[in-house]
Ligand binder design. Structure first.
Ligand code: NAD
Length: 633
C-alpha cells in the first residue's frame, strides 16, 4: 500500500501540544498542512512555536536553513473547519472529550470529501465511540502519536470495528513515509502502550504502599538492575501523577474495574494533595530536596567462601543455584525466601531478576530470621561479582521480577485478546516508553512458566484477582514446561468447558442474575456478576444471598468440570465487606481436594481486587454426566 501522496494537503485540528507536533511532522514530510483550532489565534501561535523550534534546530546544525524555510512555508493557520475541505487526511488532536470529538467528526464529515481519511490522536477514547454516529465510519482510525511527536518514533495505528482495512494500511504506510515506526492496534482500552505499561507503575506503587521498601530503592533497582531508562516513580513524576492516574483510571474503568488495573490509593492521594510531580515541584520526590539514596549494603570483607553451583550463575535467567556451606542462592520464582528455605538448617537467599547485560545493582532477600552471616556471605558473593547489593525484605516476587512478570503477562494478554501482534507489542513498548526489551520477548526469554509461576506466587501471597494467570498465559506456561501439546491437559480443559456450558444452559437462576462464566478449566472457574439496582437492600448494599449465589455458581461450575454430575452437600460462607450497586463481582473457584465421590472447593468473591466473601463448598458426585463424552458416544 502506498502512503498518502506528498501533494495531498493534511489538516490538523487542535493546535495544542500534540496538534503542533503532528503538524510539524506532516509538514517536514512534505505536505501542505492546514492547522485549525477553535480558540482564536491558537493555530497561528502553534505555527509560530514550530518556527522557533525549527530555528533552534538550524542553530544547532541539525537542519539546513533552506529545509526549515520549506517546512515553514507549508504550514498554514486556518480560521474555520470549512478551510479543511480538500485535505486528504485530517488528524484530530483536540481535548480528550468524547462529545467534543464526536461533534468535531460530524463537522469534518460534512466538510471533507468522501475519500478523505479522518484520524484521531486520542490516547484513551474508543475509535468506535468517536466514529459510531458517522455515515462513513470506515474512513476513521486512530493515529496515536507520542509526546513530543516530532521526536518520538512510535505511532499506534488504531483500527476500530468499522475502520476499513485499507484505511488502516494507508495510515501505516503514511506514518512510515513520515519517518515514524507504526504498530497496528485494535481499538481496545489503552491500545498497546498505555495498557501494557500499567504494571510498571502499578507494581511500584503497591510496593511503596506495603511500607516495606522505599521509592528510591525501587527506582534504583529498576534502573540499575532492570535496565529501564527511568525508575517508575521518576517517570511518573515526569509524566505527572494527574495524567498517569487519568490513564490508569480510564483503563481500569474500561476493563470493568478489573483488579489487574486498579489504580493505587497512593497515586490518588498524590493527585488530591496537588503533588503532581515535576510540574508542581513535588511528587514522589521533591525538586528542592536531595534525592534519597537507595538501600545499599555496606561492603562485606573478610569472607573468602567457596561457592559451587549448577546451571551457571546468571541473575538474568532462572535455572541456576549457587551454594556455599549452608547458604544457597537462587533466582526468585515469586515465592519468598522463607518459603524456599522451609524448615531446613540452611538459608535460601533469593536474587531478584536483572535484565541489563551488565547490571550495576542486584536485589536479594533472605528469610526474616536468617543468620546474619548467611546474608553477609550472599552479599559478599554478589559484591565480588561487581554488583551493588540491595538487601530487601522477604517480599514475594521481589521488585524487578514482579514488574517484569506482570509486564510480560500484560503483553501476552494484549496479544491473546487481539490488540496487536507480539512483535508490534514489543516494538510499541521499546519505542513508546523506551523499555530495554519488549515484554513479550522477556516472557519468551525467561520462560512463560517462570512468568506464570511468579504470578501464581503473588496471587497466593497478595491478591488472587490482580495476579490471576489468564488461560493464554497458562497455555504458554504449559508449552514452556515442555508439554506443548499435552493432549491430556487440553482434552481435560475442553471437557471442562463443555460440561460447564451444558450445566450453564439449564441454570436459569444464574443467568437471570446476569452472571457470566469468565474462565473455566478442570477444577477451576471464574464467574462474574454486576450488582444491579434491584439487587441492593435498603442500605444500598448487595443482598448477601446474591453474593452467596454468585459464589455458589462458581463452586458448582468448578466442581462439575470433570463432567460428573456433582451436587453441593454443605457450604460455609464468610462475608468480609459489602458490595454496592454497579460493582463488578468476580467469584474465583478452585478445587482444593477431590477424592472418590467427594470434593472441596474454595471460592473467593472479589470486588475491585478486594475480597468481599469467602466460601468453602463440599460436593458429592451423583450418577450421570453433563456433556456427552467419548465413553458415551
Ligand atoms: P491540548 O490541551 O494541549 O490541546 C488541545 C487543543 O484543542 C487546544 O488548543 C484547544 O483550543 C483545541 N480545541 C478544543 N476543542 C476544539 C474543537 N472543538 N475544535 C478545534 N480545536 C479545539 O491537548 P493535547 O495534549 O495536545 O492533546 C490533544 C489530544 O491528543 C487528546 O486527545 C490527547 O488525549 C491526545 N494525546 C495527548 C498526548 C500528550 O502527551 N499530551 C499524547 C498522545 C495523545
Amino acid at each position: 500500500m502506498d502512503a498518502i501522496a506528498r501533494s495531498v494537503p493534511v489538516g490538523v485540528v487542535g493546535a495544542g501540544t500534540m496538534g503542533a507536533g503532528i503538524a510539524q511532522v506532516a509538514a517536514a514530510a512534505g505536505h501542505e498542512v492546514r492547522v485549525y483550532d477553535a480558540a482564536g489565534g491558537a493555530a497561528a501561535a502553534a505555527i509560530e512555536a514550530i518556527f522557533q523550534r525549527l530555528a533552534r534546530a538550524v542553530d544547532k546544525g541539525r537542519l539546513l536553513a533552506e529545509e526549515a524555510e520549506d517546512v515553514a512555508t507549508r504550514l498554514h493557520a486556518v480560521e474555520t473547519l470549512e478551510d479543511l475541505a480538500g485535505c486528504g487526511l485530517v488528524i484530530e488532536a483536540v481535548v480528550e472529550d468524547l462529545e467534543v470529538k464526536r461533534a468535531l467528526f460530524a463537522g469534518l464529515e460534512a466538510v471533507c470529501g468522501p475519500d478523505a481519511v479522518l484520524a484521531t490522536n486520542t490516547s484513551s477514547l474508543s475509535v468506535d465511540a468517536i466514529a459510531g454516529e458517522l455515515a462513513h465510519p470506515g474512513r476513521v482510525a486512530g493515529l496515536h502519536f507520542f509526546n513530543p511527536a516530532p521526536v518520538l518514533p512510535l505511532v499506534e495505528v488504531v483500527r476500530g470495528a468499522h475502520t476499513d482495512a485499507a484505511v488502516a494500511e494507508l495510515l501505516v504506510a503514511t506514518a512510515t513515509a513520515w519517518g515514524k515506526t507504526p504498530v497496528r492496534a485494535a481499538s481496545t482500552p489503552g491500545f498497546v502502550v498505555n495498557r501494557v505499561a500499567r504494571p510498571f507503575y502499578g507494581e511500584a506503587f503497591r510496593l511503596l504502599e506495603s511500607g516495606r521498601v522505599d521509592a528510591a530503592t525501587v527506582d534504583a533497582l529498576l534502573r540499575e538492575s532492570g535496565g529501564f531508562r527511568m525508575g517508575p516513580f521518576e517517570l511518573a513524576d515526569l509524566i505527572g501523577h494527574d495524567v498517569n492516574l487519568a490513564v490508569s483510571r480510564s483503563v481500569w474503568e474500561a476493563f470493568g474495574r478489573d483488579p489487574r488495573f486498579m489504580p493505587s490509593v497512593l497515586q490518588e492521594r498524590l493527585v488530591a494533595d496537588g503533588r503532581l510531580g515535576r510540574k508542581t515541584g513535588r511528587g514522589i520526590y521533591a525538586d528542592d530536596e536531595p534525592r534519597p539514596a537507595p538501600a545499599t549494603a555496606d561492603p562485606v570483607t573478610g569472607t573468602a567462601a567457596i561457592w559451587t553451583g549448577t546451571g551457571g550463575f546468571d541473575p538474568s535467567v532462572p535455572g541456576w543455584t549457587m551454594s556455599s556451606g549452608d547458604v544457597e542462592l537462587r533466582l526468585t520464582d515469586g515465592r519468598t525466601a522463607a518459603q524456599h528455605t522451609g524448615g531446613g538448617p540452611g538459608t535460601v537467599v533469593l536474587v531478584d531478576l536483572t535484565l541489563d547485560r551488565s547490571p550495576a545493582r542486584v536485589g536479594i532477600a533472605a528469610p526474616e530470621h536468617a543468620p546474619k552471616e548467611h546474608v553477609e556471605a550472599a552479599v559478599a558473593f554478589l559484591q565480588g561479582h561487581g554488583f551493588a547489593v540491595t538487601v530487601l525484605p522477604d517480599l514475594p516476587g521481589l521488585v524487578v521480577a514482579r514488574t517484569v512478570a506482570t509486564l510480560a503477562a500484560a503483553a501476552a494478554d494484549a496479544v491473546d485478546s487481539g490488540v496487536a501482534t507480539a512483535e508490534d507489542v514489543d516494538t510499541a513498548m521499546r519505542l513508546g516508553v523506551n523499555y530495554p526489551r519488549g515484554p513479550y520477548d522477556w516472557g519468551d526469554r525467561l520462560g512463560w512458566n517462570w512468568v506464570a509461576g511468579v504470578l501464581d506466587a503473588l496471587a497466593a501471597a497478595e491478591d488472587p484477582g490482580r495476579y490471576r494467570v489468564s488461560p493464554g498465559l497458562r497455555r504458554r506456561a504449559r508449552e514452556a514446561d515442555g508439554r506443548p501439546d499435552d493432549p491430556e491437559v487440553r482434552e481435560r480443559d475442553d471437557l471442562a468447558r463443555r460440561a460447564a456450558d451444558a450445566m450453564w444452559a439449564d441454570d436459569a437462576a444464574s443467568q437471570a442474575l446476569g452472571m457470566t462464566i469468565e474462565q473455566v478449566s478442570a477444577g477451576h472457574a471464574v464467574v462474574t456478576m454486576r450488582v444491579r439496582p434491584d439487587m441492593v437492600n435498603g442500605h444500598g448494599i448487595c443482598h448477601g444471598g446474591l453474593v452467596f449465589t454468585l459464589a455458589d455458581s462458581a463452586f458448582a461450575v468448578a466442581c462439575n468440570t470433570h463432567n460428573r454430575r456433582t451436587v453441593a452437600v454443605g457450604a460455609d460462607v464468610t462475608f468480609l465487606a459489602p458490595a454496592r450497586e454497579g460493582d463488578l463481582l468476580r467469584a474465583v473457584a478452585h478445587e482444593r481436594y477431590r477424592s472418590g465421590r467427594t470434593g472441596i472447593c474454595d471460592v473467593a468473591v472479589y470486588r475491585d481486587g478486594v475480597t468481599i466473601a469467602e466460601f468453602r463448598g463440599r460436593s458429592r458426585e451423583i450418577p450421570g454426566t453433563l456433556a456427552p463424552d467419548e465413553e458415551e458416544t
